[in-house]
Design a binder for this molecule. Structure first.
Ligand code: NAG
Ligand code: NAG
Ligand code: NAG
Ligand code: NAG
Ligand code: NAG
Ligand code: NAG
Length: 421
């Protein structure tokens, strides 16, 4: 057994008897190294009730270790810990539905809100061997998951429950090891990342197989630089599923949805911008209680195969959206799919005393125009027709003139504008 030297906070699992070849079970040895690491004298400079261990390193020393039980910290109320540098594999008798690395605690922490603070899990490969999940963080604060490869999970790659600020960066997750176009894609299951808490960030992450790429049921989470090709929509997959009762405050930016899209239930404060949607993938806004408010879908790029797929779709199978406010779908660049927007412009040639411009093809919401601007242009000299906007019901703008006009008319409509008076 190797104790902590007076100068080093590095705890090497091999020194505690772990087998880096994976031939024998290393669960007890790794737990012993962790127990030693978290038993060092720390100080109190973290959240109240959480001991600062100074950044102790638990090194996996580049080995491949079989484990048969989740690796958990034996006590709660510890922080500033790094576990890094190796592979953990669930053995065939691994605890059913457990997580290889489990930052949860059965004993309650001296801090009633958080069990752990500033735990870093980095440079790890986690092979769940189809026995359970990869990482779970429960009531953990400021957890960093960096440069990990998490695969062969049955349940969830990374599960975050409550807590705050789990930052998942530069990480690869997939249930099956594939680089796309897998013949078994239809059978992919599981969720790569499940955020059941607030204020987390997923940055520069690739999800290469799973039924659901990212499931979000907490608030104020940030998704950026994520590439989802986990399972095609046509085969039953979803890239990001936002399921938050009430205000979601989810921001999805600069991400790549590759044959799989976004589903948002009753979105309130949702922002999707600067993303690329490939392969007829789209955004579905799903009504549960009929509410959609403060939603921006702007400046994205869509590319499809001319099958007539709308870039944004309303799923009103449960209920019609009947509380719609401040929704902006605009400025998207679309190729081979149907443009949908809440702001639209049209020009028509005019010859007569009335004309109609029909915006149903482009407007997202049916029978809803909140704002219209129009102009009439005629090059007939000395003609000053009086024109009037007669009717905007059914997303068609109907304009009448007192005398016959030969020229053109341009119209702009907006579905999202809230009248201030
Ligand atoms: C799993 O099997 C290993 C030996 O292969 C054994 O050491 C370990 O105790 C077993 N674990 C459980 C939870 O049964
Ligand atoms: C190690 O894990 C693999 C599966 O990942 C399993 O097939 C093998 O039996 C395990 N060996 C031991 C000693 O537990
Ligand atoms: C998917 O799984 C079903 C059974 O669960 C199996 O019958 C089928 O062959 C699998 N499909 C592929 C493509 O492997
Ligand atoms: C406009 O309508 C009139 C009468 O219906 C027709 O004579 C004229 O050619 C039309 N002008 C254009 C530009 O189509
Ligand atoms: C009005 O302009 C249109 C093209 O914009 C042209 O075809 C038409 O001849 C013009 N009519 C008159 C009366 O100048
Ligand atoms: C507006 O047009 C629709 C048909 O598009 C019609 O049913 C409705 O009565 C019209 N409303 C008014 C005020 O003219």
């Amino acid at each position: 057994m190797q104790a902590r030297s007076s100068t080093s906070g590095v705890f090497s699992v091999i020194g505690y008897g772990a087998d880096p070849t994976g031939k024998t079970d290393s669960t007890d040895a790794i737990l012993a190294a962790i127990t030693a690491a978290i038993s060092v004298a720390g100080d109190g400079f973290l959240m109240e009730g959480i001991t600062n261990l100074g950044g102790v390193h638990i090194s996996l020393e580049g080995g491949i270790y079989n484990i048969s039980r989740p690796i958990k910290l034996p006590v709660a109320g510890r922080g500033n810990i790094i576990i890094f540098g190796g592979t953990l594999k669930a053995s065939d008798n691994f605890t059913a539905d457990g997580y290889l690395l489990d930052l949860s605690s059965s004993s309650s922490s001296p801090n009633h809100d958080y069990n752990y603070e500033f735990v870093t899990l980095r440079d790890l490969m986690l092979d769940c061997n189809f026995k359970g999940g990869g990482i779970r963080a429960v009531d953990a604060l400021r957890t960093s998951i960096n440069n990990c490869y998490i695969t062969r999970f049955t349940t969830t790659g990374i599960l975050v429950q409550r807590g705050h600020e789990t930052y998942i960066r530069n990480t690869f997750l997939g249930q099956h090891i594939t680089a796309g176009g897998d013949p078994n894609e239809r059978n992919f299951t599981g969720t790569a990342i499940d955020l059941q808490g607030n204020d987390n960030a997923i940055t520069d992450v690739v999800i290469f197989s799973a039924q659901v790429g990212i499931m979000i049921s907490g608030q104020a989470n940030m998704i950026t630089g994520v590439h989802c090709y986990n399972k095609a929509y046509g085969l039953g997959g979803t890239g990001v599923y936002i399921k938050v009762p009430g205000i979601t405050q989810t921001r999805i930016v600069n991400s790549y949805f590759d044959y799989t899209g976004i589903v948002a239930e009753d979105p309130v404060q949702l922002h999707v911008s600067d993303c690329f949607f490939l392969g007829d993938s789209f955004i579905a806004l799903k009504s549960i209680r009929g509410v959609i408010d403060g939603t921006n879908i702007v400046n994205n790029m869509f590319y499809g195969s001319n099958k007539g797929v709308d870039i944004v779709q309303l799923d009103q199978t449960n209920k019609e959206f009947n509380e719609i406010d401040r929704v902006v779908v605009d400025n998207n660049v679309v190729n081979g799919m149907n443009m949908k927007a809440t702001v639209a412009r049209g020009v028509t040639l005019v010859n007569g005393t009335s004309w109609t411009i029909d915006f149903n093809k482009i407007l997202l919401f049916p029978k809803r125009i909140k704002f219209v601007q129009y102009a009439v242009m005629t090059n007939t000299s000395n003609l000053f027709p009086r024109t009037i906007l007669r009717n905007i019901s059914n997303n068609q703008v109907f304009i009448e003139s007192d005398i016959s006009v030969e020229g053109s008319s341009s119209v702009m409509v907006d579905q999202g504008l809230t009248m201030s008076s």
